[in-house]
Design a protein around this ligand. Sequence first.
Ligand code: PHB
Length: 393
Amino acid sequence: MERRQLVAKAALAAAGLAIAALPSIASAQGETVKVGLIFSMTGPFAATGKQLEAGVRLYMAQHGDTVSGKKIQLIVRDDASAPDQAKRIAQELVVNDKVQVLGGFTLTPLALAVAPVATQSKTPSVVMVAATSSVIDASPYFIRSSFTLPQVTIGVAEWAPKNGIKRVVTLVSDYGPGLDAEAAFKDRFQLNGGKISDSIRVPMRNPDFAPFLQRVRDDKPDAVFVFLPAGVGTQFMKQFAERGLDKAGIKLIATGDVTEDDILNEMGEVAVGVVTSHHYSASHPSPANQKFVEAFRQANGGKRPNYMAVAAYDGMRIIYNALQTTKGQTGEPLLAAMKGQTFESPRGPVLINAQTRDIVQDVYIRRVERRNNELFNMEFETLKSVKDPARPR
Ligand code: PHB
């Protein structure tokens, strides 16, 4: 019997409790590592939740469900993208299910709601989406496997003025990541001689873009720079074409959230030529990515992975790698082993910066092109090893 169990046995005996309770403690904490994942599986961000879950499950299908002799037990819960539910679920996962790792968090407000639970319970937690720069500071137990908006915005903000785009209207979703994207774009674009003629913020949930697009049309800038969270790109593109912005010669530039891979084909001709910067494209030409895309398609009825699936796949990898290093120990040693990891992701080489707990990765400038009758974000320029520029440390 391990020393820990002997101590527990002695404590139970001293407290006059049944020693029969011991085996369940041993099996709960001995052979299993429970990973509680909170995704938005219903509601407007359900497609993101599905990509995340598929990414996690693909990693496990390829690498088995046992690491360092510990069985990995997943508990997946739906927060319906409501922060109060995300918080309640996190508490239940920690208190009732006794998970040793948390992960997921489909939107910034959901990650912020979970942060105090992660901190109080000292539970290492992998942020697989929430991309507002400051999210990582909400809990010292957070590690991020996704990206930050400033990190992926500066690429297109540098590309635009070098390519004839001098006057821009920004249009962003009115919450954390949108405000980060707006600020990062403005800073970098103006630094390079560009002029911002208007800054528009649209509601985060169920936005009707028509009046905002009319405002852009009346302004007649060279381009509109857009950030919207995954899931609304198709609706935006439709209204962009309906309002005739493309015909009026107003270019669309964006972060890759707008042209995400899984719904890009639904957007149609209006998307062709759109330039974005982002950290992942399903057409990234590395052998690692080709294998990943093929395996994802096979496991998910031909569907393409997007950047959410990749962050979840890598998030699971970070947990597995850390458990290997700690030989199955959880808690503080696991958190320490999550920091500083480097590996080749389907997106390219990545590092989890040990100081910031944030991801450092290549960012690509891409253009939507038609290949074999499908639309892809074709990468044509690479910014190497980009860290979150909003928080240089
Ligand atoms: C976020 O809420 O932080 C978020 C969600 C979806 C994205 C990007 C950021 O595509």
